[in-house]
Design a binder for this molecule. Sequence first.
Ligand SMILES: [Zn+2]
Length: 302
Amino acid sequence: MNRRKNLLILSGLVTLLSIFLMAVTGIRVEASAINDYIIGNKIKPVPITYREGTFSEWDGYENGVGKPEGVVVHDTAVDGDSAPIEEQSFNNNWPTYQAYVHAFVDDSNIIQIHNTDYIVWGAGPTANYKFVQVELCHENNQDGFAKSVANDAYYVASKLIQYKLPDTPGVTVLSHNQVSQKWHETTHIDPDEYFVRFGYNMDQFNDLVGYYYNNLKSSGDVYGANAPSNAGVAADNVIKVNNVNGTYVPLVAFQNDGSVKKITNRALANNTPWYTDQTKQFNGVTYRRVATNEWVDMAYVI
Ligand SMILES: [Zn+2]
């Protein structure tokens, strides 16, 4: 009896151990599944659209205008929302909300609504004067979540590069949760509580930011040397441009110092399609390349 009892206990322990191992393994697989899906499918982040909004406060960071120290990652906590919906909501209501952020991201949009050289109100006074702030909208399925996270990580990596900041999780990339724990000026724990719905967490997100950051720095592409060789043939690489305020669409040329200069002897006709293969930013504006050194402001893309 005793022996049988011991065997039962032993078999029970083995079962418990295997359940535990399955749980651990399952969690690990689940946690990396999103990044594996994004990188495996080379999900291409969308370009950053910059539409300056209505926020009328123009304060510099504690280190000055154009000197953020990193990026705070939020989620909107609104199921069923989207970047354009949030853009409109905050542009209409920020004085009531007493809140504003630099950008909203969803599965198909990265919309920047305030120049990141200046602060916004999203994470308490200390963090506001230090960080660019981006909000991730809620998706309801894994594919949408993966696309939105790819866009979010691309935005974060782009901002770190734009401001010549290192990618240091917890220092230059923080969740709102980490900001709350560090300065105790807010109690929000986003985006962690949203990430967990998809088995995701900030460590995984930081892995993706780091991957994009390193590839963008070394090759200008989020997938680096592994970028698809057919890059440039996707449907979204044909853009149509229009200038509602004029008869043609102006072009700029990038200068050696990274700034842009208006091209005076050439422009694009309204309502014309153009093949584009590159995206570049200057001063918070995103440009698409249409010729060797001829670039069009994304604001003219329809
Ligand atoms: Zn937040």
